[in-house]
Design a binder for this molecule. Sequence first.
Ligand SMILES: [Zn+2]
Length: 119
Amino acid sequence: MNCKNCNTEVTSNYCPNCGQPKNVKRIDGHYIIHEIEHVLHFERGILFTIRELIINPGQNIQNYLSENRSRLVKPIIFIIITSLIYSILTAQLQIVNLLVVLGLLVIPFQQSVKNGLQK
Ligand SMILES: [Zn+2]
């Protein structure tokens, strides 16, 4: 049997050339839940990646570039998921508005609108 990805002869459960499984799993509810769990998993998932990048950003990026790419979530997926989390948090909890109210964040446009209304 040949690999469906790279057409190399496959004698075990995985392709020796590209690592594609010999039998591709059916994409169903179980598969999708497993994929989501895989991304969110604290040991090797998005939370682990966020923690590692906060604690030791330089060393982790260096390791990712030169040695181990399976330890952290891939950069594009990381950006998409953290942007999604940020968008949901700011929309649902209105963190930006809270920061403005607390005076921790000044939005120049909003400030000028406020000043304009007061005159
Ligand atoms: Zn292959």
